[in-house]
Design a protein around this ligand. Sequence first.
Ligand code: ASP
Length: 330
Amino acid sequence: MKFILLLFVTLATASVAAAERPIAIVIHGGAGALERGRYSAEEEAAFRDKLTEALDAGYAVLDEGGAALDAVEAAIVILEDAPMFNAGKGAVFTREGKNELDASVMDGATKNAGAVAGVTTVKNPIKLARAVMEDSRHVMFAREGAEAFAEEQGIERVDPDYFYTEKRWDALQKAIAKDKSQQKGELSIDRKFGTVGAVALDAAGNLAAGTSTGGMTMKQWGRVGDSPIIGAGTYADNASCAVSATGHGEFFIRLTLARDICAQVEYGERSVEDATRDMIHNRLTGMNAEGGVIVLGKDGDYAMAFNSAGMFRGVKTAVETRVGIYGTEP
Ligand code: ASP
């Protein structure tokens, strides 16, 4: 009898705790020189609508009791399919006029991860990254090997022309023209990065993070940025936080930026906000580099920080839905 009573009490407590568990999704669509006035009112509205659509799709998964990983994937697929962001359709061009896509995903519950680099025919690289995580013994596949794995897994592939957008093509032509005046060794930066990413916390207390990108305009053949590098552009661990980054990837790799934020939270017992601020405003800025991150902690506390003029971003929880572009928005 005593045992039954005890069991009942334990279950009752668990269900109360479950009901009170926060769910949340935070997304970004890239950081950079996003000053007010850069976009027309219609363009700005289109960005905000698309961010809201991605937030809603991810949140719906969480609200129905779904997994953080599914929420991250649902949000990112919408952003990959939107030509206005530098991921999937709308990805920037390499120096040779190609679109080479990178993506990664991480499961905070298992610390399992998957990533792909330099794919040219995979419609939604985030889906392939997830397949690498769940259906292979490896963490990262690159180029032809990644495409072959996509074929094997039945992941949708498209003609490389699918990724073409006039806006990105024009950006490449401008970058090529500007290149002559650039210092040797300097990477051409279309200072509006446009990578997409999502982090989510589900009702079971699991965190997940994902990032997808076309990289940087006029990147050199074979160049891989931080987005598919676990610990640089993406990281998730239920013990600390989930992170997705955007910005000048070479610096995010050197700083192991995503992992460092979670390590500060885990070992340094710093708040998500403090750890994020330190990485962006002290360490990234200290290296003269630009970008931003979204971070979600295990208790639902979150941060969206950047040292560029703006960052496409959004958050949805039980109590708020908010999207932003400029640095001066709340
Ligand atoms: N981080 C990406 C890269 O370096 C670029 C971006 O965030 O837009 O490839």
